[in-house]
Design a protein around this ligand. Structure first.
Ligand code: EPZ
Length: 433
């Protein structure tokens, strides 16, 4: 039996949507908690598939995990006093991209880590060469072994983990966080130059600092970490998920009637807000919310090029393309981070959009015609954010849209059916062939 979403189009969205903790912080925060033998409490954790799957993995290290589940906001308490090192050769490690954070955490705490190489995902190969290069500069020896078509990594620090000056060839979010994890327990000082500046980097650095780490410059392109002997327990409140927030703000731009997106940090969404304002979207920006009044006039398509923070985020590009189908004019979208992020456009075109995609190895472009009348169809999510883009198209389209492969969506949008239904959308999670 395969679950799918069924969406009836044409309904206004009115009321308030609560945003939860940032998925792309939480995955690192949960693993970072394994770096101490004390209790770590993380508040406002989304109850999404990726988090549930990661909790199962951390439990295999003998961490005791309690989840306090009160409606939308969940608190996770991880008691790591019985934590034990173990090799991570389970298949589910290579299937879960963010498993790479176990490397930084375990070489930090145990000075070694043997695991299955975390795989790519639906966005392409997604190597971790920048992570591994950083670990080597911290004193790690890394041996790769192919066994039954799988790559095992054997990472050791016989001569100890020591600080180093590391320059990232690309400001990779994962590599920045991963090297920062390991460096907190290395001997001496580490600098990470050309570091990623995403808000999630700051969030992880904030929790590590509460645990006793000494980190300066998180959020800038140079981060300095002075190694300490051990890390302690802490309480951490996760930052709101800017991608979840941006997704619902764009839904509201077309369908909102006094729709409030609550519990956000507007500064984290400047890349999106500037484009929506230029488009003519009627936004009211509060301290921790954004209100979409209503759609007074037709929007002008505004071109975007995705890039590293604070540029327009790649994770919001796909939902933005659906928004462009409802603007006037033909608009260009350039994807510079994950060139494979236009694969769902064929389904949007089946629904009545007119999007031409020009895919490259390092950069892809889409040309989106506006004023498309979308009609409900049977479509399939090709990745997490593509699923959100197809739900958006279904909410706009005439008639019924069914969306398969929704496991992608459930990885990153907590309670999406409940949150949208609460504001008037007709969307349900169905079981069927
Ligand atoms: C994080 O992925 C996010 N995932 C992604 O969110 C997000 O799209 C991405 O950052 C960019 O913001 C998590 O945080 C779990 P990168 P990450 O390392 O760390 C290349 C979502 O939808 N690269 O910044 O993997 C890589 O191939 C997901 O929530 C190397 O070449 O992103 C990509 O082209 C999707 N070698 C580019 O850098 C490396 O060692 C950006 O990757 C690492 C990355």
């Amino acid at each position: 039996m395969q679950s799918y979403f069924k969406v009836e189009g044409g309904n206004k969205l009115t009321g308030s949507i609560e945003i939860n903790g940032a998925k792309n912080s939480i995955l690192a925060l949960l693993i970072a908690s394994s770096m101490t033998n004390q209790v770590v409490t993380i508040e406002d954790v989304q109850n999404i598939k990726d988090v549930r799957s990661l909790i199962k993995k951390i439990k295999k290290l003998n961490s005791t995990i309690i989840i306090n589940d009160n409606s939308f906001r969940k608190t996770i308490i991880l008691d790591n006093k019985n934590l034990k090192y173990r090799d991570l050769f389970m298949d589910e490690i290579s299937e879960f991209r963010a498993s790479y954070y176990f490397i930084g955490a375990m070489i930090g705490r145990y000075k070694k880590c043997n695991l299955l190489l975390p795989g790519g995902c639906f966005l392409g190969p997604r190597p971790i060469d920048l992570h591994l290069k950083g670990f080597e500069e911290l004193g790690c020896t890394i041996i790769e072994k192919e066994e039954n078509g799988k790559t095992k990594l054997f990472i050791d620090t016989k001569d100890g983990l020591h600080g180093s000056d590391i320059f990232l060839d690309f400001p990779s979010v994962g590599a920045t966080i991963n090297i920062m994890l390991a460096a907190t327990l290395a001997e001496g000082t580490t600098t990470i130059e050309n570091a990623a500046k995403e808000p999630e980097i700051i969030d992880v650095a904030t929790m590590l600092t509460s645990m006793g780490a000494i980190i300066k410059g998180a959020g800038t392109n140079v981060i300095t970490i002075s190694g300490v002997k051990k890390l302690n327990g802490c309480f951490h409140q996760t930052i709101p998920d800017r991608i979840e927030a941006g997704t619902y703000i764009m839904y509201g731009a077309v369908l909102g009637e006094n729709l409030i997106i609550n519990n956000i940090i507007p500064e984290h969404l400047e890349g999106l807000i500037s484009k929506l304002t230029k488009m003519g979207v009627n936004l009211k920006i509060g301290d921790d919310y954004i209100k979409i009044i209503n759609r007074k006039k037709e929007f002008k398509g505004v071109p975007i090029t995705t890039g590293v923070y604070p540029s327009f985020p790649t994770d919001l590009q796909q939902v933005y393309v659906t928004l462009l189908t409802q603007c006037y004019g033909t608009t260009n979208v350039t994807e510079t981070i994950f060139p494979d992020r236009f694969r769902h456009c064929e389904y949007l075109n089946e629904m009545g959009a007119n999007i031409k995609v020009n895919s490259g190895e390092y950069l892809s472009k889409a040309t989106v015609d506006g004023f498309s009348n979308l009609v409900g169809k049977d479509v399939m999510a090709t990745d997490l954010r593509a699923g959100a883009a197809l739900i958006f198209a279904g909410l706009i389209a005439d008639g019924t849209t069914t969306i398969k492969n929704i496991n992608h969506v459930l990885r990153g949008y907590d309670n999406i059916v409940e949150k949208l239904t609460l504001v008037g959308a007709k969307i349900e999670l169905c079981e069927g062939e």
